[in-house]
Design a protein around this ligand. Structure first.
Ligand SMILES: Cc1cc2nc3c(=O)[nH]c(=O)nc-3n(C[C@H](O)[C@H](O)[C@H](O)COP(=O)(O)OP(=O)(O)OC[C@H]3O[C@@H](n4cnc5c(N)ncnc54)[C@H](O)[C@@H]3O)c2cc1C
Length: 318
């Protein structure tokens, strides 16, 4: 990729050196050999060849066009809260939105626009402060708006797809599109967009609410979450999808004796068997061994083949 280079120290928690590529609006920050364990909530994963931190959809477009010309593999990263990255890391370029693409715009009448890297908990709090209701159920999901829309994340009977009105996507060739969400096929923890690419902005239509009441509701919902799930631990949330027309994956794992089961420093939480936690120095190999054991035990005990909800990156994944 062309551009002027300068060395700079990356102010995050990685010790690798960062450089900056010159885009149309100035330098785009990038890190070579970024440690993926620093960018995932489970704290597991080898290095990414290169990670870039665009500040706008336009910079995303520039990067995607250039990467395509170079024939490099490209991946999109939000908060890394639904990811298990292989110990050998990932090749090519990772575009990380959480750092520099978290701007929001609130308008009267319930219309809110959020960039793809906006964190959901922050989004929910600012919606409440602005007198908008409808995001409370999602406030405890530690992902970005872009990652959540891609996964159609949801909780307590609400999914993000229900409150999104439109989505802006930069396709793999670097072209920008905007779609009404009625043209997106939302399913259980998945969304099929008319084009494949990066979610750069999402428009929401929200109901009005009294801030104090919205906060109170959010608090009650988060307390329920805290009571049922590990809190403040390193995890990627649900390991397996809940199978259709059966008991939940957590129940089936518990039935199969997997609650608290451990491989190295990876364990199925004592609090919620479907939450895999990193007890310290877990590796992706530990986590994958544990996942396999859980899957086999549930199959033999309940005759159900569990499917993964967590996304795998690297040798064992996409
Ligand atoms: C403690 C905890 C609790 C959780 N609770 C819930 C819950 O209640 N409900 C729920 O649904 N999930 C839950 N999750 C899982 C996770 O938070 C969600 O799936 C979340 O939406 C993932 O967002 P992210 O930004 O972290 O995505 P990432 O993990 O970074 O990425 C997930 C996938 O989305 C893609 N992606 C990310 N950003 C973009 C983008 N801008 N454009 C295109 N593709 C993108 C990635 O390539 C990857 O395939 C929980 C996780 C944790 C750790």
């Amino acid at each position: 990729m062309s551009g002027n280079w300068e060395n700079a120290y990356f102010p995050g928690n990685t010790r690798t050196k960062a450089r900056r590529m010159t885009g149309s609006a100035g330098k785009i920050e990038e890190v070579f050999g970024a440690r993926m364990r620093d960018f995932t909530t489970i704290g597991i994963g080898g290095n990414a060849d290169r990670m870039m931190f665009p500040r706008s959809a336009q910079e995303v477009q520039e990067i995607l066009k250039a990467e395509r010309e170079e024939g490099r593999e490209i991946r999109f990263l939000g908060a890394g809260s639904n990811l298990l990255v292989h110990d050998g890391g990932v090749r090519g370029t990772v575009l990380c939105l959480k750092k520099n693409m978290g701007k929001m715009l609130f308008s009267s009448g319930g219309s809110v626009i959020a960039e793809g890297g906006t964190m959901l908990p922050r989004f929910a709090v600012l919606c409440a402060l602005s007198g908008f209701s409808g995001v409370e159920e999602l406030a405890g999901i530690p992902g970005t708006v872009g990652g959540a829309l891609t996964m159609n994340a949801g909780a307590f009977g609400r999914t993000i797809g229900e409150i999104a009105e439109w989505v802006e996507i930069v396709d793999m060739e670097g072209s920008l599109h905007r779609f009404e969400t009625r043209n997106v096929r939302f399913g259980y923890r998945e969304a099929e967009f008319p084009v494949r690419g990066l979610v750069s902005r999402v428009g929401f239509r929200l109901a009005s609410g009294v801030p104090d009441q919205v906060f109170e509701r959010m608090k009650r919902i988060n307390e329920k979450r805290r009571a049922a799930q590990p809190w403040g631990e390193r995890t990627f949330g649900s390991t397996f999808r809940n199978p259709a027309d059966r008991e939940s994956a957590g129940y089936l794992l518990e039935l199969a004796g997997m609650k608290g089961a451990r491989e190295g420093d990876a364990a199925f939480s004592e609090k919620h068997a479907n939450f895999l936690v990193n007890l310290g120095r877990a590796t992706a190999s530990d986590a994958l061994r544990l996942i396999e054991t859980g899957r086999k035990r549930v199959r033999s005990k309940a005759g159900v083949m569990l499917a993964l909800e967590v996304k795998l990156w690297g040798a064992a994944g996409d």
